[in-house]
Write a protein that binds this ligand. Structure first.
Ligand code: SF4
Length: 156
């Protein structure tokens, strides 16, 4: 299974710690992060994604459709593509495994992928979570399964 995610949410997911616009929004967000931790992959989409869904359903003019949010996506795509040395475009799939999550967080903490965050109302919270080493954040990153006994023998 894949999870539809718009590009700038690849940044937001790194600091998500249970706070958000509404109870339905955070409940849905928590389920998405749990699926990512379990190894489901991100599928990059344009416009509102699975994180936006509760807002799109609940608001007459959801901010998810604003041009400023589309600009965040463009900025995030560009900076993350540079960092990961791969395209971040519609239809691309990304596994947020432990090493990838750590690389994204290093870059987030150093500010090199934060252009997309300019003017965001959550910036202060995200900065403080990053300063605290992301320990309050829910995303762990998918851990590769331990090798089976047979696979371990093959390596010997
Ligand atoms: S500051 Fe805003 S855009 Fe940046 S990671 Fe936080 S919530 Fe996302």
């Amino acid at each position: 299974m894949t999870i539809d995610i718009r590009p700038h949410h690849l940044l937001c997911i790194l600091t998500y710690a249970g706070k958000g616009y509404s109870e339905e929004f955070t409940r849905n967000y928590g389920r998405i992060v749990a699926r990512l931790n379990a190894g489901e992959t991100v599928s990059i989409v344009e416009g509102p994604d699975e994180i936006c869904a509760p807002l799109v359903d609940a608001e007459a003019e959801p901010h998810c459709l604003r041009e400023s949010v589309t600009r965040r996506d463009a900025d995030a795509s560009a900076s993350l593509a540079r960092l990961l040395r791969r395209p971040i475009a519609v239809g691309d799939e990304i596994l947020l495994d432990v090493p990838t999550t750590a690389a994204l967080r290093d870059a987030f903490a150093s500010g090199t992928v934060r252009k997309a965050c300019d003017g965001c109302q959550w910036s202060r919270l995200c900065c403080s979570i990053a300063r605290r080493g992301f320990r309050d954040a829910f995303l762990i990153g998918h851990a590769a399964p331990e090798p089976t006994p047979d696979q371990s023998k093959e390596r010997e």
